[in-house]
Design a binder for this molecule. Sequence first.
Ligand code: GLY
Length: 384
Amino acid sequence: MSSRTSEVLVVGGGIIGLVTAWRAAQRGFGVTVADPEPGGGAAQVAAGMLAAVTELHHGEQTLLGLNLASAQRYPDFAAELTDFTGQDLGYRRCGTLAVALDADDRAELRELHALQRRSGLASEWLTGRECRRLEPMLAPGVRGGLRVDGDHQIDPRRLAAALLTACAWVGVTFHRGWAERLDVVRDRAVGVTLADGTALTADQVVLAGGSLSGRLAGVPEGVLAPVRPVKGQVLRLTVPARRAPFLQRTVRAVVRGGHVYLVPRENGELVVGATSEELGWDTTVTAGGVYELLRDAHELVPGITELPLTETRAGLRPCSPDNAPLLGPTGLDGLLLATGHHRNGVLLTPVTGEVLAHALATGELPDVARPFTPRRFSRTELPA
Ligand code: GLY
């Protein structure tokens, strides 16, 4: 079968693969992307919250540093991509309000507030009345909340579309096919073989296949990305013009232990997410998933039941053992990873593109990404 040669081959054309390809091509590399459906992947389902502060979790302080670094890059990144492509990304600096519906939620949110303050992050505690003054559609029972003006949003579908355009304009070649096997010659990755038998060769291969990155045949066992799929079901509703503005900012809560968020776009779309399910490769939208999301969102904002429900969909977050991404060179020469972004793929898009382009050019990770080397999971570095 035919063999096509490029300097950099990116396996996976979701937003992480596309941003890597765009930034690498800007550095002068000849780049090919292999994906049956470039621009697809988890971004087609994601809500697009840029929530470094409201999605902070105990034990994820190192990841916080990377999340904040990427959040800081977002304004310039969005402006550059918009200028370059002429495409609107739906980037809104709208802020986020995380609210509590009962005493347990309130205690949990207080705990999050304390953690945010210890981490030097800006967030403000509000009473229930203050929350409702900001967002009049909130349920009367809201007990209090956290106002985080620095957590914004972007429309991931528009982001993917713009990255596709940007890649095309800098000369990235697209090859529409599934990568079935990594080709390794004398302990070096030299390309992939696609499902139709086509061999694509390259000096460097970046594996950015989301959850599928852990399944590529031919990758030596100690180098295989330890990522698993975590299912998220997400709903899209439409706010009719006569009901706008329904919500001004992202509103979120923990209800009965499950996270629910409502992300209002300027075009009237209201995204409600998300379940988090360890069900392997299953992407079925279930009655139970839709019911739970609507039930919890209704407790938060009762008026949503009057809105048209326009879409239900499920996607797969690529999750690593420590919930943080795997970025850069691996134990196999010529193979780099850009996967494992879990809940933060959209947020981490700007910094991932920058880090991977740097790693491709220099063979090294920049300081901001050193803790996220895939080598942290390699067998030889595990404690005895
Ligand atoms: N970051 C939101 C989610 O993963 O559902």
